[in-house]
Design a protein around this ligand. Structure first.
Ligand code: MG
Length: 211
């Protein structure tokens, strides 16, 4: 990987995207409201992320892979996302996403937004339907911080030239590791611990912060 001048690592759901994708998948199982409430509690930091994710993914059991086209069509990038990523690239930076959500959606959405690299959880599938399990290690708060460190090292970027942007409690560790931790569209607990709080839900607000 070529060196970059700086690195910006985004959370996906409710940060780079308007949606919580797990809620869109849960809608396909008729359990959208229940999963939305559980996601909200996890993002406020009230419950352990990995435990919460496992129980929410269990609610997705039986959703057919064929439903994912419908899910992806409902995913909405946050206003200004494309402009911010273009500005990052213009200044010689790299844009990455680490998500407690899922590769099944991010593998389509991230390249469309010209994101350079991304990491997320994977949903286990059996006979064309979700089995209700997460495959492999869960990307939790520690996993997000580890991804930021790993990508910064691989890009030759010192940590003080990294920016982490997120809205949920599981973003706090990567925000603490980054040179600048930005709370965007964020829960109160996240706003309190961030270096900087961006209120308007428009990612162009971050362009003046780029090094
Ligand atoms: Mg989020």
């Amino acid at each position: 990987m070529p060196d970059a001048r700086f690195l910006v690592v985004f959370d996906a759901d409710s940060t780079l995207l308007r949606n919580e994708v797990i809620e869109l998948i849960a809608d396909e199982a008729g359990r959208g409201a229940e999963v939305a409430a559980a996601t909200e509690a996890a993002m406020r930091g009230e419950v352990d992320f990995a435990t919460s994710l496992r129980s929410r993914v269990a609610a997705l059991r039986g959703v057919a892979l064929s439903a994912f086209d419908r899910v992806r069509a409902r995913v909405e990038p946050t206003p200004g996302a494309a402009e911010l990523v273009a500005a990052i690239h213009d200044r010689g930076g790299r844009a990455a996403v680490v998500s407690g959500g899922f590769h099944e959606v991010l593998d389509v959405v991230a390249p469309a937004l010209r994101i350079d690299q991304w990491r997320a959880n994977r949903l286990a599938v059996q006979s064309g339907v979700l089995s209700g399990l997460v495959e492999g290690e869960i990307v939790d708060a520690a996993g997000k911080a580890a991804a930021l460190r790993e990508w910064a090292a691989a890009s030759g970027v010192p940590l003080d030239r990294t920016i982490a942007v997120g809205d949920g409690a599981n973003d706090l560790q990567m925000m603490a590791v980054a040179g600048l931790g930005v709370a965007f569209n964020a829960k109160p607990a996240v706003r309190r611990q961030a270096d900087l709080v961006v209120g308007p839900v428009d990612l162009r607000e971050l362009i003046p912060l780029l090094p």
